[in-house]
Design a protein around this ligand. Structure first.
Ligand code: FAD
Length: 287
């Protein structure tokens, strides 16, 4: 089912994310984790795409399996910046062949050692290619409530986002953020610029102390004092830290729902226990 149709049908949805293994040896473990998360019956699951595209077949296989074996709606990610147009087009064709209807169209990070290919520069170009191959794909894009790290001014970033939506994005999923006020301000600014598609907040449960520095390094997201205090208090007790992180994420989600932002995506990172913790706390509210 197309994600945009799920959003039109239900006021509140909850989705989880898995990432594919870097090597074929890790495939079974990821498949097992994906199956356990699928058993929680989220509205859909997303499967990320390895940076550089080296593990692209794992994304297709995990996504198609989730759909065929477990009956879960899937969103398969696809990045373009490190791939040739030929490779990207063959990936789009294999998504279609395997019955995948939803693609998260991304540029991908530019490798530290520099570009290895010059076919794509922005996600917008990928969206045009997907649309040209099949108008019927439901397409998601990424957005950054605190601005993308490469863009110095948020107004410029929002201008590029508008171009991306106009190219054919049906919805946008956000980078992680830990203070909902950041999202509400972002929503105000993008709506003012005529970006009217559904915004899906991406919520990252912080369940161990190391994740904080890793998440900040990757995303540039601001860590509010409330989260710093939580990590400070529970970092040395893994069980308490995990529960506190799940509750923090649920608190964020409930506030979002109360403010009319009902389509929530959780960066569950191949962790069924964390997805289950989120579901346990929210089940009554979202069903
Ligand atoms: P774009 O939308 O192309 O934007 C990238 C930068 O280019 C921005 O600074 C933007 O302002 C600028 N820009 C856009 N258009 C123009 C233009 N016309 N002219 C000049 N500048 C322009 N990475 C992975 O490797 N695999 C994944 O599965 C994955 N999933 C993700 C899911 C989400 C929800 C998010 C938020 C990120 C994800 N990423 C993933 C990370 C993502 O690939 C990086 O953040 C990447 O740096 C940007 O990708 P994008 O699609 O947002 O790029």
């Amino acid at each position: 089912m197309k994600i945009i149709d799920i959003f039109n049908e239900k006021e509140i949805t909850l989705s989880f994310e898995v990432f594919p293994p870097k090597t074929d040896a890790g495939y079974e473990a990821v498949e097992k984790a994906s199956a356990e998360i699928a058993a929680l019956k989220p509205d859909f699951m997303s499967v990320t795409y390895g940076a550089g595209g080296g593990t692209s077949k794992n994304t297709v296989n995990i996504a198609a399996n989730l759909q065929d074996k477990y009956g879960v709606n899937v969103l398969a990610h696809l990045t373009c910046v490190s791939s040739t147009r030929e490779h990207v087009k063959s990936m789009i064709a294999s998504y279609k062949e395997r019955g995948i209807e939803n693609i998260m169209a991304l540029r991908g990070d530019i490798p530290k050692e520099g570009r290895i290919c010059d076919d794509y520069h922005h996600a917008t170009e990928l969206i045009y290619d997907i649309k040209s191959m099949d108008e019927n794909f439901c397409i998601g894009g990424a957005c950054y409530p605190e601005g993308h790290v490469e863009c110095e001014r948020q107004s410029v970033d929002i201008g590029h986002l508008k171009e991306k939506v106009d190219a054919g994005c049906d919805f946008l999923t956000t980078q992680m953020f830990f203070d909902n006020a950041i999202l509400y301000q972002f929503l105000y600014r993008i709506r003012e610029k005529g970006i009217n598609v559904t915004i899906v907040p991406g919520i990252m449960p912080i369940t161990n102390a190391k994740q904080v520095s890793r998440s900040v390094a990757l995303s540039g997201s601001t860590i509010p004092q409330k989260m710093k205090s939580m990590v400070d208090r529970f970092a040395d007790d893994p069980q308490k830290m995990k529960e506190a992180g799940i509750i923090y994420a649920c608190d964020q989600i409930i506030d979002l729902i109360c403010n009319g932002v009902g389509h929530i995506h959780v960066y569950s990172m191949n962790k069924p226990d964390i997805a289950a913790g989120i579901m346990r706390n929210l089940e009554t509210i979202i069903k």
